[in-house]
Design a protein around this ligand. Structure first.
Ligand code: UTP
Length: 485
């Protein structure tokens, strides 16, 4: 009997207390019945039962630690700074590094109609997040005379739209041979009673299973095999919504390499003990990242020093380096990854079989997180970063971690480059609320290169200008793509 057979799947659903999935079966036409069976065949029922019992029907077990200590942050003025830079630059030149973007999320908070990476973030050019990341890669390829393959994890929620966006934009002038998309797994959502939710009578409510799913997807989707064939040893991991990301940063790569680390992180100092970011720490000597939702379970993490700064300073920026060998090794441990639940508004069918979007959260989504791989890694480095020019996570349109905040931050960052190059901005650089700047990372990969090239600018570079990849300056202000309500 095939595992796509109705009787087999019906029995399996019943066995796991999910017979409601067949509630609409008699009303479905043949194509819809096939669709439902297709989705059901992909459900890992034993895994779902484990998640439902351990996270939904019971409170997840709390881990207690005898000792919790802050991780040692490698600082910007570290004595091995120069050595690290040289090591990282050599690895880039030798073609040992690739970029890896996780872009499988649904971007629900931003409320933008399209993959988050296609959001037109450039306030003047309207260039998308993907274009910016691509131009960073182009810049580094030129600067180091190398090739940086780009692995991009998408999901069933946005994979097709993302591929089309790249095709429509001619892969942002990157060689398509060096770009590989692959999909992460989707996981069913469940009610508070642990019942898998139907989004339509013939389709389950599924969501991407968190950025931790990249461990499986990198291997199953062929990225690790491709990377190994190309001689890639290190993946520069970043999240699609961090506009400021310094992709494949040589200094970071160098520290990682010199420390013989398997996985490393960039961390920003938490701006207070309750900042909504994960905290990197050592728990009974083992490297862990504690989620901000668990801060009250571990009151040690709320300690502040005499000046009011968080003692556990290392905030998670979602910027990592992963060795390809390590991904392969940790793949074998994926079933030891903790799962996390999130209570969300999940589209669901009413008794008549119509899809409704609830006004309030009605069910749980399940996710794993990439930072949980750190517990398996040897010698992880935590490199301290300033947020400016490195970290602008875009979650909402306005407010903290938003489009508006990211544009302000990048204008301040590039304004600093312009000043350092001796360009006179007619408005003071601290008035970044009032104007915008953009500098293509394909034109200048860092401040040093910007200063060198600024002398050749063909016309004035003034507030509300953007320098494009070819050095042209444009001044038109783009339309905002969305103002979230
Ligand atoms: P977030 O957890 O912030 O989710 O993802 P999101 O999809 O961007 O936004 P919300 O929470 O729905 O509003 C951080 C990064 O991890 C990726 C996202 O694409 C983003 O780059 N991610 C998240 C995945 O690749 N897969 C997932 O299942 C979840």
């Amino acid at each position: 009997m095939s595992n796509r057979d109705e009787s087999f799947l019906r029995k399996r659903a019943e066995e796991y207390g999910q017979s409601q999935l067949f509630d609409f079966w008699p009303q479905l036409n043949t194509a819809q019945q096939q669709e439902l069976l297709h989705h059901l065949a992909q459900v890992n029922f034993p895994e779902m039962a484990r998640l439902i019992h351990s996270l939904v029907l019971e409170d997840p077990p709390v881990e207690y630690f005898q000792t919790m200590n802050p991780v040692a942050l490698v600082k910007g003025d570290d004595s091995r700074r120069v050595e690290a830079m040289e090591a990282g630059e050599s690895l880039l030149r030798e073609g040992k590094v690739a970029c890896f973007t996780v872009a499988g999320g649904q971007g629900t908070r931003l409320g933008f109609d399209g993959p988050k990476g296609s959001y037109p973030i450039g306030p003047i050019t309207g260039h998308s997040l993907f274009q910016y990341h691509a131009e960073k890669i182009r810049g580094l390829q030129r600067y180091y005379n190398t090739t940086l393959p780009w692995y991009i994890m998408v999901s069933a929620a946005n994979g097709e739209a993302t591929r089309i966006f790249f095709e429509d934009n001619n892969c942002f002038s990157l060689d398509p041979e060096n770009i590989l998309f692959f999909e992460q797994r989707m996981v069913p959502s469940v009610t508070a009673e642990g019942k898998i939710i139907l989004e339509t009578p013939s389709r389950l409510a599924m969501s991407p299973g968190g950025h931790g799913g990249c461990v499986q997807a990198l291997v199953d989707g062929g990225a690790i095999a491709d990377a190994k064939k190309r001689g890639i040893e290190i993946l520069s991991y970043f999240q699609v919504d961090n506009w400021a990301i310094k992709v494949a940063d040589p200094r970071f790569i160098g520290h990682h390499y010199l420390n013989q680390a398997e996985m490393s992180s960039k961390c920003h100092r938490r701006n207070g003990p309750r900042e909504a970011v994960g905290v990197h720490c050592l728990c009974d000597g083992a490297y862990r990242v504690i989620e901000y939702s668990e801060l009250d379970i571990y009151p040690q993490l709320l300690q502040v020093d005499e000046e009011g700064f968080a003692v556990f300073a290392a905030g998670n920026s979602g910027i990592h380096l992963l060795n390809t060998d390590f991904v392969q090794r940790v793949y074998e441990h994926f079933d030891e990854f903790p799962w996390h639940k999130a209570f969300k508004k999940i589209p669901t069918v009413n008794q008549e079989g119509q899809t409704i979007l609830p006004q309030a959260p009605n069910g749980y989504k399940f996710e794993t997180f990439i930072f949980d791989a750190l517990r398996f890694a040897k010698n992880p480095v935590a490199l301290e970063i300033q947020r400016l020019g490195e970290y602008t996570p875009i979650k909402d349109y306005d407010g903290v971690n938003s489009v508006v905040a990211a544009r302000k931050s990048m204008t301040e960052y590039w304004g600093g480059w312009a000043k350092a190059a001796g360009l006179v901005l007619s408005e003071a650089a601290d008035e970044t609320e009032r104007y915008s700047l953009e500098i293509s990372p394909a034109w200048a990969v860092n401040e040093e290169e910007f200063i060198e090239r600024a002398a050749s600018l063909s016309s004035d570079f003034h507030p509300d200008s953007a320098i494009l990849a070819d050095g042209r300056i444009v001044t038109a202000r783009g339309e905002d793509a969305c103002q979230s309500d």
